[in-house]
Design a protein around this ligand. Structure first.
Ligand SMILES: Nc1ncnc2c1ncn2[C@@H]1O[C@H](COP(=O)(O)OP(=O)(O)OP(=O)(O)O)[C@@H](O)[C@H]1O
Ligand SMILES: CCCC(=O)O
Length: 355
């Protein structure tokens, strides 16, 4: 039996768990208020704060960290890499610290995992970070040579639910064509072709459907005019695209349940915006169906928003002609991290090296 500490930092919380093989000893969400995070200018500055709350929470749960065999973190905005479990190494730590492809809470996952593991002389790993890149070359061409389309998405949960579907059907993931729509604070829709995500929208940076906090793709000419209007700084525009876009911009909330409540109370703007999000997700699914030449075994709807029955129904109405719909609300990220770590600890897989 292998005991692993799992660390999954998000923008407003850190999810942690201890697993004995694939059995959870505990799973806990440590919430961080905006006041608590306010003093830190960068994600990396939150390192000590988050590490300390994690260690305290583990202690409070009565788990002695000396009983651990490994620490597994969610990986962040590293250089683009293929999916799998990676050993945390020095090059990775440096890239996570500088944010080689940008700042994201999950950059802390690998760093904190490494530091806790190092103090105990244990291995540390990351699994399927947001930069997993298995895109076909044709999907990278944007139409402007200076700009290449990037694969930045909810790789951990997309891969986890796709493999869960495969297991439930008794078919190998590599033998399936799936479209996975992860709908959380950000939204990514990926075309999984025989075990590779050959095309997906960049969920972090103005690409794909709008989401509770992000604009997704925008009419580019209008955006350029806004950028040069002199009214906004670059940071303000970036924040409007990622963080203050989508539901937040239209309805001043990032909470799908709140939007549903507004809609039920007769707020027509809320209804239009909620339906428009479903419409955009459906369009993106249609694009992925074209990527897969119409050969789609299932469309999987997942992420927190997939708990919303109306949203699922609106999307289903538009895309059920493509393939059967499977709904896995929420996410399987903690288990997916444990599975990734365990495969290596058991010797079923060798940890990949980040270069
Ligand atoms: N029962 C529900 N009905 C509708 N929306 C819901 C429900 N439960 C959660 N949500 C919404 O799901 C969204 C959050 O999803 P999730 O927890 O997957 O996102 P996250 O982990 O914060 O971000 P990301 O998935 O982008 O990493 C929020 O808008 C939340 O209000
Ligand atoms: C881009 C994937 C993770 C997120 O939504 O922040």
């Amino acid at each position: 039996m292998f005991r692993m500490l799992i660390i999954n930092p998000g923008s407003t919380s850190t999810k942690i768990a201890v697993y004995d093989d694939l059995t959870p000893v505990f799973v806990e969400t440590l919430r961080h208020s905006s006041e608590e995070l306010a003093p830190y200018k960068t994600i990396f500055e939150q390192y000590d704060f988050r590490k300390n709350v994690i260690l305290k929470a583990v202690e409070d749960k009565g788990v002695d960290i000396k009983t651990l065999n490994a620490v597994v973190g969610r990986g962040g905005l590293l250089k683009s890499i293929e999916g799998g479990t990676y050993a945390v190494n020095y090059i990775m730590l440096e890239d996570l610290k500088i944010g080689v492809q940008g700042q994201h809470a999950s950059n802390l996952g690998g760093v904190i995992a490494y530091e806790i593991a190092k103090s105990l002389n244990l291995p540390s790993y990351i699994v399927d970070p947001v930069v997993v890149d298995e895109m076909d070359d044709i999907a990278r061409v944007s139409g402007m040579p200076e700009i290449t389309r990037k694969s930045i998405f909810h790789a951990l949960n997309q891969k986890a639910v796709a493999k869960r579907y495969a297991k439930e059907k008794g078919i190998k993931y590599e033998d399936l064509n799936l479209i996975v729509a992860h709908m959380g604070g950000g939204i990514s829709v990926g075309a999984h072709k025989n075990g590779r995500v050959v095309d997906v929208n960049n969920a972090l940076d103005g690409d794909g459907p709008f989401s509770p906090e992000r604009t997704g793709s925008l009419p580019v000419g209008d955006l350029v005019k806004m950028c040069y209007s002199g009214k906004y700084t670059i940071d303000e525009i970036k924040k409007m695209i990622t963080g203050k876009g989508g539901f937040v911009a239209y309805l001043n909330t990032n909470d799908g349940r709140e939007v549903k409540k507004m809609m039920d109370e007769g707020n027509k703007e809320a209804e239009l915006v909620y339906k428009a999000m479903a419409y955009q997700v459906a369009k993106e699914i249609g694009m992925c169906a074209a990527v897969l030449s119409g050969k789609v075994d299932s469309i999987i709807l997942t992420g927190g928003l997939a708990y919303g029955k109306e949203l699922v129904d609106w999307i289903t109405e538009r895309v059920s002609f493509i393939a059967p719909i499977t709904v896995y609300p929420g996410e399987d990220e903690m288990l997916a991290l444990a599975e990734g770590g365990l495969r290596v600890l058991k010797g079923e897989e060798t940890a990949k090296e980040y270069k």
